[in-house]
Design a protein around this ligand. Structure first.
Ligand SMILES: Nc1ncnc2c1ncn2[C@@H]1O[C@H](COP(=O)(O)OP(=O)(O)OP(=O)(O)O)[C@@H](O)[C@H]1O
Ligand SMILES: [Mg+2]
Length: 708
């Protein structure tokens, strides 16, 4: 009798536990729905805004910002002749017109979309000085150098500014008798320097503060991915200078962040311009990561050597500082010019590495997330993730550092299921940390379009991928396997362990499972390889059949796998579990990328690249991309201009006059040699490529998915 009762009690308790788990699941869902409800309500309010605005005669949406404006001719002249830009990109023209019309503007435009021009051009067109707030010294330095190369008087006021420069800037603000068009400051100047604010006040009183620009504006919001406390105080600018148009710019901002920054910056009536998150020039790819670290390095090295033999710039992101150093060292051993970058290095050492890379004297930076926002290099051709990012948002940001110049570039993520617990034990305590991580894991395990995953994540309508991701371009060869029995075995192992008060990590669970499957010896159950069992466990985590639990030790936080809310249905056989197993990985490259690379590796491009490096080192160390962008090099090697006037039509008058003589000399020499001896050039090119190959040790090419 007693044992019956005990038995029944156990069953009831198990069921209760099941109900509680399901309640938790529903509560999570309720919370997510509440969030969505709040967002939709705010959106609805915003939709009503234009009516309210129309009633109060505010011309929010009535102006056609792409129409004709009195400054059109001058704007065109400066865009073309000074910035060397032949046509506007999406929304640039509209944003410039709104700002020039005195409106406050909020810009959400993908990385590399061309946000800088949106305030730099009005700054040149308008009388007076434009104030630009930017979060990082390296970003500011890069911008000021770039502007100086274009002959636009720009300065920066930061903690590193010399006394003399500070004097010059204050004079420009106060008296306006020295030439200054754009002044960059860090947010600390606004929040901490009373002296600076009083000079700015004087500049404004004299009617010489033309506009205010807040770059990387998501830093204002605690909900953004890179909150900076000093950005919180920037609201003062609109209070002090209400008539001066303010432009806030960011690459990504959720709706919540947008509302937050409009409030904080006091720009409730700003005009918002939002462009798609799509980066059509980026090819997204997930590569199966071998459990053997040497194999992974060999694959990465092989990929860099074979695809980017002309020192094209790249980034490799790693999980930890130690891993960074090791990967950099191993890439060096493969003859690749690589160095590491992480938060444990002192600032000077970090800057040195960053500078070498920016000047194209170093091909690859191997970094942790610390290698972040300050990266302004437009011609990064590949971003490799040696390990998983912690969210879709982070991956979008990090991979988005590729191809900011609009040219085809690649984003490759090396994924193995056992990297998941490593990340989850780092992010589980963050707000929605696990949910965010599981989103990027879903991206990795998915067989559908990678680009669509971004659209879905950022709540945008789908757009064509144009075969610019692995799944669309050549599809993974996948075999669908029924693994319900394996899933049941996993659950029964975990249940027995739970009864004994034991826990298991993913790896321990796989080992136990192998033993159990062997003992069962079920002939109907196909044997799964270790990595496929890992893949199954991760899939069950994503499907909430399993869940992760965490425990701190003195040295680390361990992630364990336990029964999740939906375990019972699966164990009872009410769910069929299927797993997509990759039967091979295609290494076919996208044709578009291949052909564009082929044309870019032409000899003349190589020589122009060398020349821009030389010019940059002779012009106060400005970056090579500020002398000639990769796009401009591409255009020059096709058009081959032979006079400074012709050159001006391709790269703008200012640059043509500044650097034109040497560029034209080089092109003329090239044409002459091409005419007199076409074969010699071909041989020359072959020699250069051979030389590059000789400089690197032959990589060990291991291309297999079966190396367990
Ligand atoms: N209309 C254009 N045509 C050609 N190139 C352009 C155009 N506008 C900007 N660019 C170039 O695109 C590159 C990226 O521009 P920019 O630095 O302004 O990007 P961004 O939107 O600020 O990106 P991030 O979010 O990464 O800071 C630069 O090299 C810039 O010169
Ligand atoms: Mg920018």
């Amino acid at each position: 009798m007693e044992s019956n009762l005990t038995q029944e009690l156990l069953v009831v308790e198990a069921e209760l536990q099941d109900v509680q788990d399901q309640i938790k699941l529903l509560l999570d869902r309720q919370e997510a729905l509440h969030k969505k409800q709040a967002e939709l309500k705010t959106l609805l309010e915003e939709c009503k805004l234009p009516d309210a605005a129309a009633n109060s005669n505010i011309s929010v949406d009535t102006v056609d910002w792409s129409g004709t404006f009195e400054w059109d001719a001058r704007a065109y002249d400066i865009t073309f002749n000074v910035f060397g830009i032949t046509s506007y990109r999406a929304n640039q023209r509209e944003i410039i017109n709104a700002l020039m019309s005195g409106r406050d503007v909020l810009v959400i435009m993908a990385a590399g979309g061309g946000k800088s021009l949106c305030y730099q051009l009005p700054a040149v067109l308008l009388d007076g000085i434009a104030l630009v707030v930017s979060p990082l010294l390296s970003l500011i330095q890069d911008q000021v150098m770039g502007l100086s190369a274009l002959g636009i008087p720009a300065c920066m006021l930061t903690s590193t500014t010399s006394k003399d420069d500070e004097k010059f800037i204050y004079k420009a603000l106060e008296k306006g008798d020295v030439e200054l068009k754009i002044l960059y400051v860090t947010p600390e100047k606004i929040s901490k320097s009373k002296r600076f604010m009083s000079k700015l006040e004087k500049c404004h009183k004299a009617g010489r503060l033309s506009l205010i620009s807040i770059d990387e504006a998501h830093c204002c919001s605690q909900w953004g991915h890179d909150f900076r406390p000093d950005y919180k105080n920037l609201g003062i600018l609109k209070i002090q200078f209400p008539q001066v148009p303010l432009i806030a710019l960011t690459a990504t901002a959720t709706y919540k962040v947008q509302i937050d920054l409009m409030e904080m910056l006091h720009i409730p009536k700003c005009i918002k311009f939002e462009t798609t998150v799509n980066r059509p020039n980026l090819f997204y790819k997930v590569h199966v990561k071998s459990p053997i670290s040497k194999v992974v390095i060999n694959q990465i090295a092989d990929y860099i050597v074979s695809s980017y033999s002309n020192m094209e710039s790249g980034i490799v992101y790693c999980f930890s500082r130690k891993e960074c150093e090791q990967v950099a060292r191993e890439l060096q051993e493969h003859g690749i010019s690589a160095d590491y970058y992480h938060a444990d290095m002192d600032i000077a050492a970090r800057e040195k590495v960053h500078l070498r890379w920016s000047r194209n004297n170093l091909q690859v930076i191997v970094g942790t997330v610390a290698f972040g926002m300050g990266i302004n290099k437009p011609d990064v051709r590949f971003v490799i993730h040696h390990s998983l990012s912690k969210s879709m948002e982070t991956y979008y940001q990090e991979s988005g550092r590729a191809g900011r110049d609009g040219l085809p570039s690649e984003c490759v993520l090396y994924y193995k299921p056992s990297d998941v617990p490593r990340q989850s034990s780092m992010v589980f305590y963050e707000n929605s940390g696990l949910q965010n991580l599981y989103d990027i894991v879903r991206y990795c395990q998915s067989k559908s379009c990678r680009r669509s995953a971004f659209f879905l994540h950022f709540g945008e309508p789908l757009q064509d991928c144009n075969d610019m991701c692995d799944n669309c371009a050549y599809g993974a060869k996948l075999e669908e396997v029924n693994v319900t029995d394996h899933a049941k075995a996993i659950l029964s192992v975990l249940r027995s362990m739970q009864d004994l008060d034991q826990r298991a990590t993913v790896l321990q669970l796989v080992d136990k499972l192998k033993v159990k499957m062997k003992a069962l010896g079920a002939p109907s159950t196909p044997e799964l390889k270790k990595e496929h069992l890992e893949q199954l466990i991760i899939q069950l985590l994503l499907d909430r059949v399993l869940k992760e639990e965490f425990q701190h030790t003195a040295y680390a936080t361990n992630a364990y796998v336990t029964l999740g809310p939906l375990w019972k249905q699966t164990l009872d056989g009410k769910r069929i579990v299927k797993l997509d197993i990759r039967s091979g990985q295609s290494h076919i490259k996208d044709e578009k990328l291949k052909s564009s690379k082929r044309s870019r590796s032409a000899l003349l491009e190589g020589r122009l690249d060398e020349l821009r490096k030389d010019i940059s080192s002779n012009h106060g160390g400005i970056f090579p991309h500020a002398v000639l962008s990769s796009q401009q090099i591409g255009a020059l090697s096709i058009q081959k201009p032979t006079s400074v006037a012709q050159l001006g039509k391709l790269i703008g008058k200012v640059k043509a006059e500044k650097y034109g003589k040497r560029i034209i000399e080089l092109i003329q020499q090239y044409i002459k040699a091409e005419l007199s001896d076409g074969d010699a050039i071909a041989a020359d090119e072959g020699e250069i490529n051979e030389e590059i190959k000789r400089q690197r040790k032959a990589p060990v090419i291991i291309d297999s998915e079966d190396e367990t």
